[in-house]
Design a protein around this ligand. Structure first.
Ligand SMILES: Cc1ncc(COP(=O)(O)O)c(C=O)c1O
Length: 380
């Protein structure tokens, strides 16, 4: 086999948004219209476009995915005295939003054969104060929603789905984000579609939609200017961001297809390599976000941090999997399910490899070759 040379770009980034003529055209149109704050045609088109895509009645755009989570909890009436189940393995914003709402996160372990949350561990973490669960479809993989929804029905728990990394993913033929009361999304630059910074709450419930809109805009009455029904936030998205988001939404099928193609190439290059666990089936559909690889410490010739250091040296900006929350300062004393063993293993052995539409097939071949050499202990 011919040697694979390093790509010409200095470092292959972990992610990079795909922004083209359509984004430029829509953003320019928004700019020229002078509607640059949080009113404007692109906002309503983006909110409607997202709701239609999800098969739901309402989309309420926000300033980012974290504010979408906080807004969802506020609209659902989650607050002081309440406990909210959150996975121990997630980006910290999931738990931070619970604390922002004045409630207490209770950490739930992952499954043994998948990084997503374990419904049995969730059942063990319940208390008389548990009001809600935030289900995170992590790394674009749908959670095992059947047992989770059963548990929530039995215990009258509210369900928020954190779909920051899973836009477009389905479970049992339904888009994630519509399986509980509210689904939240992030449009940060590394996500499937981006608005720069941005987020969205999706729901089918008109009462919740009203509450989301009031909380989002200072607690102000939509019908009576400067009349504040309640205390609220300013979590609005700008029309400029929504213009970018609408262009991205229109291009999403192509963006997802390109991601899938690159993921398949990664699978082909890494599947079966000694020490590498890749290509995990999920109980629902998957979409392709960053590419996750987990090390089998007994088989791999390097540990996780050595692999990351080799890749960084070789011009690949790979990242560690999220650290388990219970190991980090703000969350060490949080209540939790009896065991955090699985989430700890996933968190400490995982590596996220670059995946974004403009990554080239040659770059994927280069990255998989560097990973293979590192795992075989021959990366130099
Ligand atoms: C699972 C998850 N939840 C929430 C967020 C927060 O989104 P944002 O960065 O837009 O606030 C992110 C990521 O960025 C995420 O990955």
């Amino acid at each position: 086999m011919a040697p694979i040379s390093a790509p010409t770009r200095e470092t292959i980034p972990i992610s990079r948004p795909s922004l083209g003529d359509k984004e430029e055209q829509y953003v320019l149109e928004a700019l020229r219209s002078s509607w640059v704050s949080s009113t404007g045609a692109f906002l309503s088109r983006f909110e409607k476009g997202m709701a239609d895509f999800l098969g739901l009645r309402f989309g309420v755009a926000t300033s980012n995915g974290t504010t979408a989570l906080h807004l969802a909890l506020a609209a659902l009436g989650v607050g002081p005295g309440d406990e909210v189940l959150v996975p121990n393995l997630t980006f910290a914003a999931t738990a931070n939003a619970v604390i922002m709402a004045g409630a207490k996160p209770v950490l739930v372990d992952s499954l043994g054969d998948h990084w997503n949350l374990d419904p049995a561990s969730a059942a063990q973490a319940l208390s008389a104060r548990t009001k809600a669960i935030i289900v995170v479809h992590l790394l674009g993989h749908a959670c095992d929603m059947g047992p989770i929804l059963d548990l929530c029905r039995q215990r009258s728990l509210l369900v928020v789905e954190d779909c920051a990394e899973a836009l477009g993913c389905t479970w049992a033929g339904r888009k994630v984000g519509g399986l509980g009361q509210i689904g939240t999304f992030s449009f940060y630059a590394n996500k499937v579609i981006t608005t720069g910074e941005g987020g969205l709450c999706a729901t089918d419930d008109p009462e919740l939609e009203h509450r989301l809109r009031v909380f989002r805009a200072h607690g102000m009455s939509p019908d009576r200017p400067y009349w504040h029904e309640q205390v609220g936030f300013n979590y609005r998205m700008t029309n400029l961001s929504a213009a970018m988001g609408l262009a991205q939404l229109e291009r999403m099928p192509a963006l997802l297809a390109r991601r899938r193609r690159l993921r398949e190439l990664y699978d082909q290059g890494l599947r079966g390599l000694k020490g590498a666990l890749v290509s995990f089936p999920a109980p629902g559909d998957t979409i392709d976000w960053l590419y996750p690889l987990f090390l089998d410490p007994a088989e791999a010739g390097v540990d996780r941090d050595q692999l990351l250091a080799i890749l960084r040296r070789d011009g690949v900006d790979a990242r560690p999997m999220f650290h388990p929350l219970h190991m980090m300062p703000p969350f060490v004393d949080m209540p939790r399910a009896p065991s955090m063993e699985n989430s700890t293993r996933w968190g400490l052995t995982g590596v996220l490899l670059p995946l974004y539409p403009e990554l080239s097939e040659e770059q994927v071949a280069y990255i998989t070759a560097r990973v293979a050499a590192a795992l075989a202990g021959s990366a130099g």
